[in-house]
Each structure stands twice: as C-alpha cells, then as structure tokens.
Design a protein around this ligand. Structure first.
Ligand SMILES: [Zn+2]
Length: 385
C-alpha cells in the first residue's frame, strides 16, 4: 500500500502520520537521501495533507478548496528567479502556454510545483552555484519585505497552516543559512518547513541542528518499477522492472537510462572496455564529448561524468564476478552481457578486473572533491593501462 501515491517510503509516512494524529506535525524537517528516490514528491504530498481542509486518516480529501488549488501546477523554468507574485503569475502563464522563459529553457525534469497560496517552493536556479539570498529574504531593495521568510510570516490565505519546501539544501551558503536560522528554529505558528538535501553531512551544522532529520533510502526494485510505470517513464511493468534493475533505486538514474545519448555512450564504453587493447586516446575524447554534450553547467557535467564512471565500475565488478565463476551477472545484467563475455574472453585476468573496479570507484570519489573533469578522466584512463 502506498501512501498518497508515494512508493517505498511507508515507514516515513507512518512516522509523520503518528505526529499528525497527535497534532504535533510542525517545525522544520531535513529530508536527506540519494537523488531520485522521491523526496520531493513525498514533501509535496505531505504539504498537501497538512494544508487539506478535511483530511481523513492522514490522507488528503482531494475535494476541498485547498486540495483543488494544490493540484494546480506550474512547471519551474530553469534559471528564472521568482521575486514577486506578479512574476510567478507570468511564469505560470508562460508554462501553461508552454512558452520559453526569456531567461532560460524549461527545466529538463519538468516536475510540477503545486500552485497553492499557502505553499512555497524554492530551489537553486540552474545558473547559480548556491541558493540566492533574495529567495529567502527578498532582493536588496526590498529586504525583509518579500522572499520566503516574509511570506511564511504572513497569515495563511486558506486555513491555519503554511508549508515551505526548500529544495537543493546542499547549496546553502553561510549568508543564506544565517538568514534562515530564526525561521527554521521557530517557524511561524502552524508553518512547516521541509529542506531537501542529499546527505546530512553536506548541510551546514547550524541548519542541521535546527531541523528534525528524516532519512530516505534508495527504492527497492519493485517500488521503483511501480514509480516508473505510474509516472509514465516506463510504458508497462516489464519495462519498468528492466529499467529499475539498472537504476540502483533511483528514478533520476532510470530517466537517464532512457536518454539516447547515454544509451549510445554506454555501448561505446562497454565495447571499449571489452577490447584486448583499448584505444585510450580515442576513448578519452569520447568520454569528454559525452560529459560536455548537455552544456557547460558544472553540475550537469559532474553528473554525466558520474554516470559514465558508475557504469564502468559496474562493468569491472561484473567482469570480476564472471571471471571468478559467477555467471549470474550475465542474466541479471541486461546492460552489458555480450561485452562482458567478450571482455572475459579477451582479458581473463581476475585481479586486474578487481583492481580496475577499485580505481574506477576512486575516480568517482574524486568528482566531488575536484573540479577538473578532463583531468579526472585522464587520470582514470591512465590508471587502467
Ligand atoms: Zn482536501
């Protein structure tokens, strides 16, 4: 049974349900966990129930004025900062007409944001490295008179409650975090704040200590398959299951697996790694091209590098399994079976395969610490020689 259509997080829903029943669902929460497991969807559904005017057993009624407004959505536009209600309305109109923003492209993920007067959502704009201060406390000329903290302090339009979701909490700077501290520590009466990050370790200590931590884990394969079918990413359950097995519990990874350029790159990658003598110069160029394909944004490029290296690490790990006599990786792994067999024939060296898997994992770890992507690729490829 899924709560509010959310798969795989029943335990967390149960925890909130108990607090809700006792009338104690308030304060600030920090959601952490891998990308693409449904933290944002969970936060939105939680907000819907909190704002619902006649919830039943921790489920939204889907009929009241609040639920009706909550189900109206708009699509966020990349790079656009919403500073006023007027801008938000203009953006919603453009989104409804599927027009491009004057400032940027529509967000590739196309997730929809509830359009409810007592619900606030902010995230890091794609062209910024951190969450801009003006989103929290208004622009310079209007400090304290707009922005999230001000909006939360005003009396709710509909009921008695307000909910704010702050996405990309990994990207707070000191200034932003300080601006938020008072609101986090003591949200206005009836308000709930939900911060979404990837890990507690990435949050500034001042933020971490003021929020109740809620840890999300990666989705079980069956739950992910259900999510993929429900959201239309997979046409039917079998396709969902096949994608889910590849995607390590992450809906985001599953979506990336459906991307043509990644499909092509994976095949090239496996073929190259399976060769008796890979052409490392060519291969380095191919890898760099793949990383740069979706533009110059640093986050996107790091994500592409991580995608490629994760597949390479998986390939070497499976190769080591195969060479040690475990052929189940051929049936369980829809991704690189033929190339694995080829590699096992060409380079039947178990120790080398295990070493290469380890080196690839080391390269993956470097992505967060080092900015220089071509260098990481070069050093990784050299370590495989
Ligand atoms: Zn309702």
């Amino acid at each position: 049974m899924s709560w509010q259509g959310i798969e795989g997080h029943d335990r967390i829903a149960e925890m909130f349900s108990r607090a809700f029943a006792r009338g104690r669902l308030e304060g600030s929460f920090l959601f952490t966990g891998p990308e693409g497991v449904g933290k944002r969807s969970f936060a939105f559904q939680l907000a819907k129930v909190i704002l619902c005017q006649s919830p039943r057993r921790f489920t939204s009624c889907n009929q009241c004025e609040s639920c009706r407004l909550f189900d109206l959505h708009y699509v966020p536009v990349k790079g656009e900062i919403i500073r006023s209600e007027k801008q938000a309305l203009a953006q919603q109109r453009r989104a409804a007409k599927k027009e491009k923003s004057p400032d940027g492209e529509p967000d590739p993920l196309h997730f929809e944001i509830p359009n409810h007067p007592d619900f606030y959502y902010i995230s890091k704009p794609a062209d910024r490295t951190q969450i801009p201060l003006e989103l929290l406390i208004g622009p310079k000329e209007d400090r304290g008179q707009s922005g999230l903290c001000y909006n939360l302090s005003r009396y709710p339009y509909l009921g008695k409650r307000k909910v704010a979701v702050i996405d990309d909490a990994d990207y707070f700077n000191e200034e932003g975090a300080n601006a938020l501290l008072k609101t986090l520590e003591e949200p206005p009466r009836g308000a709930v704040m939900i911060l979404i990050g990837t890990s507690a370790a990435k949050q500034l200590p001042t933020i971490r200590s003021r929020c109740q931590s809620v840890r999300f884990t990666k989705l079980a394969t069956r739950d992910l398959a259900a999510v993929l079918v429900n959201s239309g990413i997979a046409a039917e359950y079998d396709e969902g299951l096949r994608l889910a097995k590849l995607s390590d519990g992450s809906c985001k990874t599953a979506m990336e697996f459906k991307d043509d350029s990644f499909q092509n790159f994976r095949i090239d990658l496996y073929q190259e790694l399976a060769k008796p003598r890979p052409d490392f110069v060519q291969f380095s160029k191919r890898f760099n091209d793949f990383v740069d394909e979706k533009g110059k944004d640093a986050q996107t490029r790091r994500r592409r590098l991580a995608l490629g290296l994760t597949r390479a690490a998986r390939f070497y790990r499976n190769l080591a399994c195969l060479l040690s006599g475990d052929s189940s990786v051929l049936t369980g792994n829809y991704d690189s079976g033929p190339q694995l067999q080829q590699a096992a024939k060409n380079r039947p060296d178990l120790q080398q395969a295990a070493k290469n898997a380890e080196r690839t994992l080391e390269a993956l770890e470097q992505i967060e610490r080092m900015g220089n992507i071509p260098y990481i690729i070069e050093a990784w490829i050299n370590s495989l020689r």
